[in-house]
Write a protein that binds this ligand. Structure first.
Ligand code: HEM
Length: 406
């Protein structure tokens, strides 16, 4: 039994330390958590993501107070009650909508920063894998949330995506019915997606965020040169007062103060969008209530799913589904497909540098094509961009295998 100081004041540092080891926690998570000095603003994206998730959670809790998960009431509870009756309801809806869109932009920047700097190498594979799990769960969270206003796009996007399970030659209609709890998206469907959106998926996301932070702690974050840093040695220099020479800074408050500055710029932009340009995050078609008898002329997903949608669309049945499944899992395998011994930034790896930019441009092209109707030249460009995406990933192990050690 540990020896307790019975005179320690309740909730004083000593009292808490004896019960919760707060000093050890602070030492491991803050004071002795070393971050490389050689990083740029892109390393603030992780913190911006964490804060945006916080904004989504808080605004979501306010929306939850008035939302009604019932096909007869959902549309009005959002468009009438929240938007017009509840004081500042519109503000919480706009924060939620804008954050749901912007979070994907930041996720993509965060992912491509990791790819560019090879941050999935040198013992950082689990950071990457947990990050990709976050990407998948955020995607499911966004999709389930999109169902809730029960507008035309909620209904028809739900119809199209759930139909995918029976689109192959296996024709798994029973699976589609099982997911929907009905023949078509209806009340059972809305209620279960509501549960997923407000309970199960947020819990899973919080769990994976903790895992993602945990995976960062031992290999430490990467740096702009991909240099292998002896963190113990550099920390000693720092603690000896040699902060100029040391290659590391403390997480608290050196790194955090840099993060907060970038976060400040982000929040200015975020609230500017929330107050003045929220429309980009709200599809006009979704302001018509769901109607199972009136298919919209053109059904498309939100912008952040367009690239993978465009990989599905140009191919017939089974090949389309296989290509789509490929696009969903391939990023997870990146640490194992990049076989180069070098963990340096892309501009020092000529072939990989070209691969990186081709992939990024290809995904932007797929995104634009995914929004346009699949006709004439657009469908040809869409098809070739989808093929290019697959070829680029298949080529990756070959172009990285023979890379010379730098
Ligand atoms: C969506 C929620 C996410 C949150 C809250 C989050 C948070 C963070 C934080 C705070 C960091 C450390 C600082 C930084 O480098 O930015 C980090 C690093 C990292 N994250 Fe995420 N992340 C998320 C999603 C992702 C995704 C989708 C990926 C892609 C697979 C990813 C991959 C990485 C990698 C590879 C690093 C290490 C960067 C380095 O070592 O330099 N994360 N993340």
């Amino acid at each position: 039994m540990a020896h307790f100081d019975h005179n320690a004041k309740p909730f004083s540092e000593k009292w808490l330390d004896e019960r919760l080891a707060v000093k050890t926690l602070r030492r491991v998570l803050a004071e002795e958590y070393w971050i490389p000095k050689d990083i740029n603003f892109l390393w603030a994206m992780g913190m911006i993501l964490a804060v945006t998730f916080g904004l989504l959670t808080i605004s979501g809790i306010f929306l939850l107070m008035y939302y009604k998960p019932d096909v007869a009431l959902a549309f009005d509870s959002v468009n009438y009650t929240i938007m017009q009756e509840v004081g500042y309801g519109w503000l919480f809806r706009h924060i939620h909508g804008v954050a749901a869109s912007v979070v994907f932009l930041i996720i993509y920047i965060h992912m491509f920063t990791g790819i560019y700097y090879g941050s999935y190498k040198q013992g950082r594979e689990m950071i990457w894998i947990s990050g990709m799990l976050l990407f998948v769960t955020f995607s499911a969270e966004a999709f389930s949330g999109y169902m809730l206003p029960w507008g035309q796009m909620s209904y028809w996007a739900g119809m199209v995506i759930t139909n995918l399970f029976s689109a192959g030659s296996l024709e798994l209609n029973a699976v589609v019915e099982w997911i929907r709890g009905d023949y078509v998206p209806g009340d059972a469907y809305l209620t279960r997606f509501f549960m997923l959106h407000v309970l199960l998926l947020p819990l899973v996301i919080i769990g994976i965020i903790v895992l993602h932070f945990g995976t960062l702690r031992i290999p430490h974050v990467n740096n702009q040169e991909g240099a292998e840093i002896d963190f113990d040695e550099e920390a000693k220099k720092y603690l000896a007062g040699n902060t100029q020479e040391a290659k590391v800074i403390r997480f608290q408050w050196d790194f955090l103060s840099k993060d907060f500055m970038v976060l400040g710029f982000f929040l200015i932009l975020f609230f500017y969008l929330t107050f003045y340009h929220f429309a980009f995050a709200m599809d006009p078609v979704n302001f018509d209530p769901a109607d199972g008898l009136k298919t919209p002329a053109h059904i498309y997903p939100e912008w952040y799913f367009l690239w993978s949608y465009e990989i599905l669309r140009p191919f017939p049945k089974d090949p389309g589904l296989i290509a789509f499944a490929f696009s969903q899992v391939i990023f997870v395998l990146l640490p194992f497909l990049d076989r180069s011994p070098n963990a340096v930034p892309a501009h020092k790896r000529p072939m990989f540098f070209i691969w990186f930019w081709l992939l990024l441009i290809d995904m932007i092209l797929l995104t634009f094509m995914g929004k346009l109707p699949p006709e004439g030249m657009f469908s040809t460009i869409g098809l070739w961009s989808a093929i290019a995406f697959i070829v680029l990933w298949i080529a990756l192990p070959f172009i990285t295998k023979n890379e010379k050690k730098i």
